[in-house]
Every structure is written in C-alpha cells, then in structure tokens.
Design a protein around this ligand. Structure first.
Ligand code: AHG
Ligand code: MN
Ligand code: MN
Length: 326
C-alpha cells in the first residue's frame, strides 16, 4: 500500500505553487485543519455531551442557534486567532466581523469567512453536518484596522475555499485555485490523508437536490424545471446540509438548488460563507454556479456579511439545463 500523504505534507508540497506568500498561507490552512479535527471529535460524540439541542437564541440570519453552532464558532475563532496569520473572521454566528487585536494577527494578510457548522437542523438526528470556510487576502493596509470591505469581497477574489463534511467518514475538501483535493480523516493517526486527488465533477448527473417541500413557493420557472426532471425520472436527493448535498453533487454530478421562496425571496443561503466558498470549489472542479438570474455567483457584489442569494450549482450540463428554464 503506497504511503499516505497527510494534509500537512500536501500543503507543504504545494507551497511553492501557491500564488500567496506561502508560509503564512500554508500555516492558515494547517490551522483550519486542526480546528476541523477538534470539531469532528465533538460532532462524533455529540450525543454523549451536553452539546445537542438549541441555545434558545437566534443568529443574525434569524436561525435558531444550536449548541454545536456556538461551540464550532468559538473553536474556529480560537484557532484562527491563535494561528497568528489571520487578521479577523466573519461568521454566520457573529453579527459583525471580529478583528484579532494581538499585534501579530492584526498585521497579517488574510481574513477568514466561515459557516462553522452547516446543516444545524441535522445535528440532533445524527445526519451529516459540515463546516465551510473561505480565505481572502485583506484589502486594507496591514498596519490599519480591518474594514468591512476586507470581508465583503466577490467570491472570485477568494484565495482559497473548503469544507469539512462530518459524514460516514470525515472529509476535508479544499481548493486554492488550482483544482480540488479531498482528504479523509484517519482517526488512527489523527491526520487528514489525501483520498480524492484532483476531484472533477462529472459533466452531467441524474440527481437534482432541493427542498421540494417549498415547491408551492418557487417561481414558475423553477417549478417547470422540476416537472421536466420528474418526467425524465431523475432522482431527488436532499439531506438538508448544503455541504452534504454539494459534496454528493461534486462526486456524482447533478445539481443542487436553493431557489427563492416566499419566506426568503433571495434564497435562504448566505453568499459570503456558503454560496461563494462552495461555488469556488464547484467551479474549480469543472462545474457551474449561478443564481436564479443566471448570474455567476462568484461575480455577485457582496454588500453585507449575511446577505442571501439563490443558488443553483453543480455539473455544467445540469446547471445549463436549469438555465434553459430561467
Ligand atoms: P446552517 O445550518 O448553517 O444554517 O445551514 C443550513 C442550510 C444549508 O445547510 C441547507 O442546504 C439548508 O439550510 C436547508 O434549508 P431547508 O431546511 O430550508 O431546506
Ligand atoms: Mn449553513
Ligand atoms: Mn451554520
């Protein structure tokens, strides 16, 4: 059996090809990997700790916050702050961004956007959840305070994006703009090991993924698309965790959609820390990602931390098939 390549070894081996100042950037990726391992450990034994259930509070998006949301958010903040290579963080669970005050962090070149725990509604029923992250180069001078504009950058300007899927196995999948690579957590050695080198999405698949329970709230165009694929006996698969649904789409092709609804006319998913990082990964794997106006997600202006966008992402031919109805 060939020797396994750990995430750390992979990052170092790619260091020279990173367009970014490699030392800092590699270190940031490594710290994200450590945070993922610790969240994984808690997710895997959530039923044995007082960490299930709700915090009886709402986040900026009006979602009920689960205990594991908060725990994961605290962890991501702690590891990003301790990395000394991240100037600040914007998170689904934080109303505003946080700039790290220590003199080393405050002068570093990168900021992180994150959905620390994606798919919260699935935690208590032991269904896959995830973590999503994106890395931007800060725009403000390194000796000045962080600005909102350091975070509100278009998705096409992401330096790197990735997700962790806490599923039947725990996987970390990321891109820094040169293709997509997947790592599976090996509990025996406590490392993420390269298991899915150079992930490429099939150009088509017969799976569509959306919350069909909202069908009466979708646009006529989306409803026509659903009728169309129902007559082509596509399969409907929907986990309710974006990370799980998009990872399956990356592996098998097909399309994931979260269209606008009466409750969320712009769609429920947040552009900064769900839509953009996942779109970078899907595009880097050869897929497409658009909104209901057929606009490329990665080109959408980001004007606020928690702004929402409709999402249609997946295999090129599947997204083009949806576009033909928009
Ligand atoms: P989060 O738990 O971070 O708020 O994300 C949940 C999102 C996303 O993971 C998933 O695709 C979507 O909510 C499911 O929404 P519905 O339950 O409305 O289908
Ligand atoms: Mn989410
Ligand atoms: Mn979340």
């Amino acid at each position: 059996m060939s020797r396994r390549i750990t995430l750390d070894e992979f990052i170092v081996s790619k260091q020279k090809s990173y367009s970014e100042s490699s030392g800092e950037f590699s270190g940031l990726l490594r710290h994200l990997g450590i945070a993922a391992k610790i969240i994984n450990r808690v997710v895997n034994k959530a039923g044995l700790m007082d960490i299930l259930g709700s915090e009886e509070m709402m986040n900026s998006s009006g979602d009920a916050v689960q205990k594991l949301d908060n725990y994961s958010n605290q962890l991501m903040m702690e590891y990003m702050a301790n990395s000394g290579i991240c100037a600040g963080i914007a998170s689904e669970e934080l109303d505003d961004f946080i700039a790290f005050a220590d003199p080393i962090s405050s002068r570093s070149s990168y900021v992180v956007v994150t959905d620390p725990l994606d798919g919260s509604s699935n935690i208590d029923v032991n269904i896959s959840v995830g973590t999503i992250f994106g890395i931007y180069r800060r725009l403000s001078p390194e000796d000045s305070p962080l600005q909102l504009s350091d975070f509100c950058q278009k998705g096409k300007d992401l330096v790197a994006a990735g997700y962790v899927l806490y599923g039947t196995s725990t996987m970390l999948v990321y891109t820094y703009g040169d293709g997509v690579n997947g790592f599976t957590y090996d509990r025996g050695i406590g490392e993420f090991c390269l298991s899915h080198p150079n992930m490429v999405i099939p150009d088509h698949g017969k799976i569509y993924s959306l919350n069909q329970g909202n069908a009466n709230e979708f646009s006529d165009q989306i409803r026509s698309y659903i009728d169309h694929v129902s007559n082509k006996n596509y399969s409907l698969r929907y986990v309710g965790s974006m990370v799980a649904d998009v990872h399956r789409t990356l592996c098998k092709g097909g399309v994931f959609l979260y269209p606008g609804t009466v409750k969320n006319p712009q769609g429920k998913l947040r552009l900064l820390y769900e839509g953009n990082p996942m779109s970078m990964i899907v595009e880097q794997a050869g897929g497409m990602s658009i909104d209901e106006g057929s606009n490329r997600i990665l080109e959408l202006p980001v004007t606020s931390l928690h702004q929402r966008s409709s999402i249609i992402m997946g295999a090129r031919k599947n997204v083009e098939e949806v576009m033909s109805f928009l």
